[in-house]
Write a protein that binds this ligand. Sequence first.
Ligand code: SF4
Ligand code: SF4
Ligand SMILES: [Zn+2]
Length: 272
Amino acid sequence: MMERDRKVIGGSETKIDIRELSDRRAKFILSGVSSAFANALRRSAIAEVPTLAIDDINIYENTSVLFDEMLALRLGLIPLETDLDSYILRSECKCDGGCPQCQVSLTLSAEGPKVVYSGELKSSDPKIVPSDERIPIIKLMEGQKVYLEAIARLGKGQEHSKWQPAMCSYKNMPTISVSKCNGCGACVEVCPTGILKLEDTLKITNELDCSLCRLCEDVCESRAIHIGSDPTSFVFNLESHGSLPAEEVILRSADNIKEKIDGLKKCLKKLS
Ligand code: SF4
Ligand code: SF4
Ligand SMILES: [Zn+2]
């Protein structure tokens, strides 16, 4: 996991201040945009960036205690490392019934006693493997067997959550101001994130972590602390499930919005 130095991108209006970036996580402040745009970016990241997930299963043998349907459900939820340059959506493929461009096959053959983990899935494409080898699939007792072929396809989170590449959330950028504080320390006691510290004066250690719960305002009898938020700045947190790097999820999410806007522009030009 490679951490990237803090980086600010953009001009005076729209800016992205990257606070954390690794393979699986991204935290950044997006400023100079409306809440509608921030929400569009979030929705596009979770619902419109495709990933590969197991979508069809041929079960040849299953003598375990799990029904076939439950086994299929568990396999569908295993994140698969996805190469979006090599695969296309089934709906965009011209083939009849599936081909190496729109699907990949994974097989699983295991016999108990043991716990079967995701790492035992054998893929026909070495690039497409479970993003984590230690996801438990099933516990087999002595003599129980599972033998199956799973077909993975590209899909989008708007169709099923198994294709969702990441968790993505945002909040307004918090602003905390303090004036005429008497140093009683009541707010420090109630702050659930521990960002308020009482030294000589009241100190705010990390404004970004404020959850905007306003408990500090409620307990401050002298009304010395004020919690607000910037309506044009948003603190984003994105955690990839492992199918795609966090950075790729954000970039593809932004590309998707741009494509939609370009499509809308073309439609409007035809009307005028
Ligand atoms: S509760 Fe109010 S007066 Fe007491 S330390 Fe906090 S801000 Fe200051
Ligand atoms: S709003 Fe909540 S999290 Fe933020 S400083 Fe006050 S008590 Fe702490
Ligand atoms: Zn195909």
